[in-house]
Design a protein around this ligand. Structure first.
Ligand SMILES: [Zn+2]
Length: 503
């Protein structure tokens, strides 16, 4: 700032609500070049509120039936509620246990805004050139001939609900007193924005709103609702921050945290965010978020049956909590993602591509690694954690084997099918022993009914074929008397008197 204004000059803009038009605006520069911000090229990136942008985007998607939240798996009902609340500029409070996508949802909401915005250069709250909020920008657009602009990327600010949060961190340092004492407009002691102000023109995500100290919730309410701030010297100054307010709260976390104050709660729409509704959604979330997928930009070749077993382990764990109140914290989607990660790491470490049962660990160590730290059995529970996890694995295995048995195994040619399996193995006492190893693949491919089954299971390459035959044998051992697990393999009984045996 070349000219140093006096305080009375500054005061004239401090309380002003500035709205510039083409006629009243200074010359704007971008990258050193003068631009016409009202031209087609720039018009979409200023002078609009966050709600304007959100409404435009939602209406545009309504016409084509497009999902505006493609990053969120499932949650159709919740998506509708969110769109409706945002459409009228209503703040949203997501209520739900940790790890069910509240943060992801808030980020997906930010994507309704343009990917970049035109802002006054170096403004700490990326002020809109035509309607600035901070003192320094208000002065610049009303008193300077040329104002530099810059592009800022889409804004999403997380404001963690921390009981130790200070006013400076949340709201920032704002002092009229310092201006009176002659400090310059952009001096840090006059104005340093806290996180809530930095969300200007974007999304402010108040993560665990209830954990924000209650005195600060009052200040927050003043800022968000009244669009003004009372400074520490008692001056009430307008701060017309425009942000989409999204907050979260974790119901099982109420102990030890302060609650959300009534006035703040009263201005938000509460939307419950629960666990994925179906096993398919659970799998989709895991596959999207696995380390492997993020690292290599493609999904690992995990066959349907293993994906379902892993997802069900977590889902059964979650239900166990509901039914028997044995767990003190809900198993989040992070547990599912980690289980997929750990099992798949084992696959990669042994040089493979497709999971086998051994990749869960001899005693399901990989499952215990993923779930152990996330499960807390209630005090007095008779089961220990290891047994509890093993029981979940057994339950998930059984459910999936039953599905394979019912959906895939040939009813019509069951006898031929068993005879083909029998012929694959090595003759031992009491039947034929199949070891699920690579050398059985050529003979597997020569079978009729078994290879037809493998085709139905979409097992084409060698590794998927082995994984498929393993789960088929496992299903037979669970659901029939013809096959039993035996010494690192599967024992097929001779089926001489098949006709007498019922299925
Ligand atoms: Zn500014």
């Amino acid at each position: 700032m070349s000219y140093k204004p006096t305080f009375s000059e500054v005061e004239s803009v401090l309380y002003a609500d500035i709205r510039l038009t083409k006629g009243s605006a200074p010359k704007f520069y971008l990258g050193g070049k003068e631009i016409d911000i009202w031209s087609e090229e720039f018009l979409a990136y200023h002078s609009k509120s966050t709600t304007d942008y959100v409404r435009e985007r939602i209406l545009q998607a309504e016409r084509t039936g497009e999902d505006v939240f493609p990053d969120i798996v499932g949650k159709k009902r919740e998506k509708e509620l969110v769109k409706n609340a945002l459409f009228s500029g209503s703040p949203i409070l997501f209520r739900g246990d940790r790890g069910f996508g509240k943060t992801t949802f808030s980020k997906a909401i930010a994507k309704l805004l343009p990917s970049k915005l035109l802002a006054i250069k170096d403004c700490r709250i990326h002020d809109d050139p035509t309607r600035p909020v901070c003192f320094s920008c208000k002065w610049r657009v009303t008193h300077e001939e040329r104002v530099e602009l810059e592009w800022v990327p889409r804004i999403w600010v997380r404001i963690p609900g921390d009981p130790m949060l200070t006013t400076r961190q949340l709201i920032g340092g704002i002092s009229i007193q310092k201006l009176r004492e002659g400090y310059e407009l952009d001096h840090p002691e006059v104005f340093i924005p806290g996180r809530a102000l930095k969300a200007n023109r974007g999304v402010g995500y108040f993560d665990e709103l209830g954990a924000i100290p209650s005195s600060m919730q009052t200040m927050l309410h003043e800022l968000l609702e009244e669009k003004q701030i009372t400074t520490s010297e008692g001056d009430i100054i307008p701060m017309k921050i425009d942000a989409i307010e999204i907050a979260s709260t974790n119901p099982s976390n109420y102990r030890g945290t302060s609650v959300i104050k009534e006035p703040l709660l009263d201005r938000m729409e509460v939307i419950e965010i629960g666990p994925p509704e179906s096993v398919e959604e659970e799998i989709e979330i895991a596959l999207r978020n696995m380390y492997y997928t993020k690292r290599f930009g493609q999904r690992p070749p995990i066959p349907e049956w293993h994906a379902r077993i892993m997802a069900q382990i977590v889902r059964f764990g979650r239900n166990a909590q509901k039914g028997r109140a044995q767990l003190s914290a809900a198993l989040s989607c992070r547990a599912t993602i980690k289980l997929f990660d750990h099992v798949y790491s084992r696959v990669e470490r042994r040089g493979g591509r497709v999971p086998m049962f051994k990749d869960y660990g001899e005693n399901y160590e990989m499952v215990k690694l993923a779930l152990g730290g996330r499960i807390e059995l209630e005090y007095g529970s008779r089961m220990n954690k290891d047994d509890f996890i093993s029981a979940l694995v057994a339950e998930a295995l059984k459910a999936e084997c039953k599905r394979i048995y019912e959906d895939y195994l040939p009813r019509e040619q069951f006898e031929t099918f068993l005879k083909e399996l029998y012929a694959l193995g090595e003759k031992v006492d009491g039947g034929s022993l199949i070891r699920v190893e690579k050398d059985i693949i050529p003979s597997l491919r020569r079978t009729k009914t078994v290879s037809a089954l493998l085709t139905r299971m979409k097992a084409q390459d060698d590794e998927t074929t082995l994984s498929a035959i393993e789960v088929v044998l496992n299903s037979l051992s669970h659901c029939s008397d013809f096959v039993s697990k035996f010494d690192h393999g599967y024992l097929i009984k001779e089926v001489r008197d098949f006709a007498k045996t019922s299925l």
